[in-house]
Design a binder for this molecule. Sequence first.
Ligand code: FAD
Length: 458
Amino acid sequence: MAEHAVVVAGGGPTGLMLAGELALARVDVAIVERRAGQELLGSRAGGLHSRTIEVLDQRGIADRFLSEGQVAQVAAFAGTPLDISDFPTRHPYGLGLWQNHIERILAGWVDELEVPIYGEREVTGFAHPGWDPTTSFLIAEVELAEEPEWGIRRDALGVHSFGRLEYEIRDGEVVYMDRGPVRVMVTEEHVGPTTEPTLRDLSEALIAVWGTDYGVHSPTSISRFTDMARQATAYRERRVLLAGDAAHVHNPVGGQGLNTGVQDAVNLGWKLAQVVNQTSPDSLLDTYHAERHPVAARVLRNTLAQVALLRQDDRIQALRDTIAELLTMDEPRRRFAAMMSGLDIHYDLGEGHPLLGRRMPDLDLVTPNGQLRVFTLLHDARPVLLNLGDPGGLDITPWADRVLAIDANYAGDWELPALGQVAAPAAVLIRPDGYIAWVGDGTDTGLRDALTTWFGSP
Ligand SMILES: Cc1cc2nc3c(=O)[nH]c(=O)nc-3n(C[C@H](O)[C@H](O)[C@H](O)COP(=O)(O)OP(=O)(O)OC[C@H]3O[C@@H](n4cnc5c(N)ncnc54)[C@H](O)[C@@H]3O)c2cc1C
């Protein structure tokens, strides 16, 4: 294999996104992948949350995903749906799209960026601390000789479901197609072994729940997942950086794993690129752990809570009903929906304006060259200084080679998910990942420091 400045171990969603980010910054990057190709055994993740769609929109590729999936309200907490249609974002919804399609579309983008992928190669792994599994589930794509009970079933063992892989969302409801492969999920009586599950294991688990296996046959995939929760204590060990499932694993409830991994990649990509390109010292990489470790720690915490709430017991049922009732109230609904959709992520960049460390909204700007969306400015994964005050009022000439400076007007409100309206800033410095690194008050106080911290010395 040729030498490369950065080698990404694993071409799953996280590795693909990271490679794309690095390639945009003209870093010589390659992916080393255990699989021979992009084909994925089993459909795994069911889609994308709002913030991930935004992040893809920041690179100009959200439409590729939206055109293939089903837009729907997908955010939920322990099974209680959380509507985000009133959120201040261009994408106040999630997207139903199986992981194999997400990976295929990402791989297409990475291919356009000419990143080499070396298949059938392995890198050695890492061990993480965390919580051992208490329950396990079989998930499979199969055919059935008999018609099953479609939908979700709960009983003393836990949650189980039958659905078809192909579906449409009509009036917010999932409507399965009449034919095609069946996706089944069944909770096992005891935590299963780490060996690969067989058709016989699946048949026995189905009989334990439904009293029949519905003539299950022709599986295209059978796998086991658990409620094990683990997180690496450090995301960085010198030149090795962990992201995605290599850094954190947890139960799929809430659908946050792939989303968190893709967003890890977008946080890490530009920082790593600047270190490789020698515009920033390698201490910039420590901010990756500082910012992303707490995000996944919160995901682990909320999945542990959800798994506990989904247990079958009269007391837990009473607790679940109580939480569900709380979540019908507007303020709790907004807070939890912002958490589950990833729209409330706040990196601790110090005291200051509420926008500091939060995602930049995709505003419609008026510029001397016409109307422009903020996210369009981020397509090349470069930092942007957006001056909304006096034109030419901020001079960043020493950083002109790496920071795009734009004068613009914006007359509308500044509204953040869960927080509501915030004071309009005079200027904002936006990082390539779409988070705000500095907020101007009409002067340039703190701007040079912020530029140096995030984008290197002039
Ligand atoms: C049943 C189920 C449902 C889920 N539903 C959702 C959902 O709805 N929403 C959501 O956000 N997430 C969901 N997830 C989680 C999601 O699938 C993962 O979080 C996501 O795949 C993580 O992406 P990744 O790229 O970090 O890791 P992976 O997808 O695991 O990719 C890692 C890649 O690295 C390769 N690889 C592994 N080890 C090596 C090695 N040593 N050397 C070289 N290559 C290697 C693998 O072949 C793979 O291609 C679900 C998971 C399961 C099991």
